[in-house]
Design a protein around this ligand. Sequence first.
Ligand code: AMP
Length: 478
Amino acid sequence: MCGIVGIVDAGGVSFQLYYALYALQHRGQESAGISTFDGKSLYKHKGQGLVAEVFDEDILRELKGNVGIGHVRYPTTGAKIPENVQPFNFRYKGRDLAIIHNGNLVNTQALRQEYEQRGQIFCTTTDTEIIANIIADELRTSNSMEDAVLLCMRRLVGSYSVVVMLDDTLYAFRDPLGIRPLCVGKTEQGYVIASESVAIDAFGGSFVRDVMPGELIRVNADGLSATRMAVASHTAHCIFEYVYFARADSTMDGTLVYDVRQKIGQKLYESDYLQADIICPVPDSGTAYAAGYAMRSGTPFLEGLMKNRYMGRTFIMPTQAQREQAVRIKLNPIRGNLKDRKVVLVDDSIVRGTTSRRIVDMISEAGADEVHVRVGSPPIIAPCYLGVDMPTRKELIASGKAEEDVRESIAATSLSYIPLDDLVEAIGIDRCNLCTGCLTGHYPLEIQGEKSCRRAITYVDGTYQSDLTLFEAGQGTS
Ligand code: AMP
């Protein structure tokens, strides 16, 4: 998963990009980068680490210009190596082209082979560089970014929210199924495009709207224009963005994420009306869910675990025993809140089950009488190929396992998950317009070796088939 942002603003962009990336840090902690353009030259800085580790004030002052893009990365395709840190910057026919991408392509191999066959060379192992090559290929012949984006929508299979900076103009586009989020906001003297609305809030911008699936937004000093390049018969917004990935204070595709999570918490209570002493969140991902559960049940919301906010990625322990110990530094039980209590422990999801097991143990050792685990998503039974780092079926605790077996392995008194229909109702988007691949094993696109939804977009010989209408450039002005 990654976070992306692009800004055009007459007052300079580097500090605004930095604040936006800071707000998107939850979408990727492996590396960060910014590229800007001042009308003549491209300026760039990127590196591995958190936003605050990669940039400082002096660096930001050197990133000159009124247009720029920024990226935080959590690797899904491509190794954790410096070459793969975005933005990627190219010189092409005397122009500066920089690109950032959130998502994951599923036809990376085929496209890479095809382009290598044509003599193209690659510097990275990412799918993003393939998108850059497709764009350069079209620019070579038509010199039109609109045509280049159209070609991307014809050729790319997977999820992609992309921002390209071509000299002083930003081009932002979202895949026709709208799998990953992307939105537009207004800055003091320009516009911003970002993965989530919190990035716009971070520097006092105002949210305008979501980028539509299949839409191309063009922004420069003259203003903003939008064109619908492709329309699919349905969308496939990632359901896991609502469950875990997006920040609770983001509004995505018309819905405040916190509201969704709170509603799920309410529905979790309505599924069995369990009477407990306290409702305790797994910090921080379970907080909104627990708040909803507590509100609906009338049982006190009380924290039973405190998270150490200062434990960074760099906290590495060499031995297994020390790693086990590290969990205790990360989370510590508040014994007085837990002792002799019947606890409902609420979390967003169980993936491998290791976190849940440790937390249930910790709460039991702190003296809780019972630990009832309630989960804000249905069991995760299948991997994600579209941008979320989900392990293989073998590593997913719920894959091929009965609920009772999962309960036993996390040592909970009871366990229940939100049913898929309730989750969909809480999100408020029709089920056929959501990607539920990780929960159902049915995907909205053809993925080799996996099952597709009934209405999945299919591709033959590398181009789209039915159910996806591609407009000629300019035809679908929105
Ligand atoms: P576990 O069951 O040990 O794999 O941990 C699950 C917890 O990790 C969930 O409650 C989430 O808060 C968080 N989580 C879920 N999905 C991811 C992901 N793709 N990457 C990182 N953390 C995740």
